[in-house]
Design a protein around this ligand. Structure first.
Ligand code: G4P
Length: 531
């Protein structure tokens, strides 16, 4: 088998999705720990002890002008080459967070055991559904007070509408979190000790039939486990790898990232069940990742906020073949040949120049302003475009005006270019006599980015006035005249840069009203990918 085929087959590229504080950073670090990629980076908790978490390095990156969104973590575990795509979650939640999911082959959903499914997880989950990628659930913080595990499973099913299958089962919770029971091999993994920081947890493993676990776990927990496992076998959905691969069934794991309980069993099962790089839809049908010809698409463009460095970095996901430094490719949208000469891969602080990379990998290339989100790059012998990345419905809106009215031209040029690149969405009012420009973002950080970039790159200062709207929807049937629709008086009819008609609503109630009042109307949360 050709070497490059082996390389592609051993790649696993995924994103971790969660609500802030559920433990994404901690779990990421622990996965890196098991992969040997970090030895002494310090657990998140170790911050106080003056050790640096990987995320701290990202903070430093940010101060230097490149935000945490640039991070892709690559490391080896057993024979796998793992790429974790970072999905910024806190104050830097933005459209980029969603776009990153377009570059992943699967997702790990981290849920806080005491809180269940939270708002941001729901949003990210919807994007995973759109892609039909496998979704694995890690229920974290079992070392703290937690919801009942049966209730948690039910809760995930009802909140997200996905079937669940418990891969392991927790034995106790909080201070009494004793271990997990692995259902596939009917083995108990009992944990010892407390917080293991950056060391693997010590465990005793054995069969459920082995009575010595009665004394290790205590009578109560041992009996409870026997009862739970019987109930699970009778009542739970059946394991079905095919449904997992289609994203219709999520395997659920219980654990505690902080104490390293259940992290390694999760990692090894996850790697067995998740997928190698997936074929990707294009104008030429599905592109096989094992095809020897290189192809990639741009899913994120990171502008440098530093005035002295106007360069941008375009992040591309390689979809087929092998990449070699300096190789010539066709940039399809511009119909131009370009040389990818300074590609970079990111492992937090170490920004390395990549010599070669394979389908499944993500590389960042210097962008002198030629790329847009969704652009296709491929071997000069090929000509096709990858299916477009959808536009995601913003949830924050602001009216923008330029401070100096003489600068109208630069303002329009700047805002259009920045929107073209995908850093912000621009809407124009279509109600009679209105010419105002409304910008929308998935996160408020996108407004700061717009403001700073217009100032530094176009020398235009703007006034941003936050508007009280919360939702926007694309009208599915674009032949409908928006003025004929019966809407609440506080809804706004707008057009996006592609001329598509949309409606901006104050809240979900406004959407419901519009749908109830206009029987022919259907609305969409994602801008169509085919336009
Ligand atoms: P995020 O990236 O999803 O936002 O979450 P992050 O990993 O930063 O974790 C958020 C908080 O939850 C951190 O505490 C972290 O230590 C804690 N945490 C993560 N996993 C677990 C777990 O399995 N068990 C318990 N008990 N806590 C967990 P913090 O107080 O914000 O930070 P620190 O003071 O501990 O550094």
């Amino acid at each position: 088998m050709a070497d490059y085929i082996n390389e592609i087959k051993r790649r696993r590229t995924f994103a971790i999705i969660s609500h802030p504080d559920a433990g994404k950073t901690t779990l990421t670090e622990k996965l890196l720990l098991y992969g040997g990629a970090i030895l002494q980076a310090g657990s998140v908790k170790g911050k106080k002890a003056n050790k640096h978490a990987v995320s701290d390095w990202m903070e430093i990156e940010k101060q230097r002008g490149i935000s945490v969104t640039s991070s892709v973590l690559q490391f080896e575990y057993n024979d796998f080459c793992i790429n974790i795509l970072d999905t910024p979650g806190h104050q830097d939640f933005s459209e980029d967070t969603y776009r990153t999911l377009m570059a992943a082959d699967s997702a790990v959903m981290v849920i806080d055991a005491s809180k269940g499914v939270e708002a941001q997880t729901k949003k990210l989950f919807k994007v995973c559904l759109l892609r039909k990628i496998p979704i694995f659930t890690f229920i974290n913080k079992m070392d703290r007070a937690a919801m009942d595990p049966f209730k948690l499973m039910e809760h995930i099913e009802s909140e997200l509408g996905i079937s669940t299958y418990a891969m392991n089962w927790p034995i106790g919770s909080g201070k009494e979190f004793k271990g997990v029971y692995e259902r596939d091999n009917k083995r108990i993994i009992a944990f010892h000790g407390g917080d293991h920081g950056m060391k693997a947890a010590e465990v005793t493993e054995g069969s459920l039939q082995d009575d010595t676990f009665r004394s290790i776990l205590g009578d109560h927990f041992f009996e409870q486990l026997k009862e739970d496992s019987e109930l699970l076998d009778i009542a739970s959905t059946e394991f079905d790898q095919e449904l997992i691969s289609k994203g219709e069934l999520t395997p659920v794991f219980f654990g505690s990232a902080l104490t390293n309980f259940g992290v390694e069993p999760f990692l090894s099962h996850f790697l067995d069940m998740t997928t190698s790089p997936l074929p990707r839809e294009s104008s030429n049908g599905f592109i096989d990742p094992l095809d020897e010809h290189f192809s990639a698409f741009v899913f994120k463009i990171q502008a440098n906020m530093n005035k002295a460095h106007r360069d941008r970095i375009a992040f591309m996901r390689i979809c087929s073949g092998k990449f070699e430094k300096g190789m010539e490719v066709t940039h399809i949208q511009e119909n131009k040949k370009i040389r990818l000469s300074q590609p970079q891969q990111f492992m937090a602080q170490d920004r390395e120049i990549v010599e070669e990379a394979y389908a499944g990998d993500v590389i960042g290339v210097f962008d002198p302003g030629i790329f847009s989100i969704g652009d296709t790059l491929c071997d000069p012998s090929m000509k096709f475009t990858f299916k477009k990345i959808p536009t995601f419905a913003p949830e924050h809106f602001a009216r923008v005006t330029q401070k100096d009215t003489m600068k109208r031209k630069q303002f329009t040029k700047g805002i259009n270019q920045i929107a073209q690149e995908g850093a912000i969405q621009v809407f124009q009012q279509i109600d009679a006599g209105m010419e105002e420009i409304i910008v929308g973002g998935v996160g408020v950080l996108q407004f700061d980015v717009l403001e700073q970039r217009l100032k530094s790159e176009y020398n235009v200062e703007i006034k941003l006035e936050i508007l009280p709207y919360q939702c926007v929807r694309w009208i599915d049937d674009q032949t409908i005249d928006p003025h004929t629709l019966n809407l609440t008086s506080d809804s706004k009819r707008v057009k996006d840069l592609k001329g598509r008609n949309l409606i901006i609503f104050m809240n979900n109630w406004g959407i419901k009203w519009a749908l109830d009042q206009n029987k022919n109307l259907s609305l969409s949360e994602f801008g169509n990918m085919d336009e």
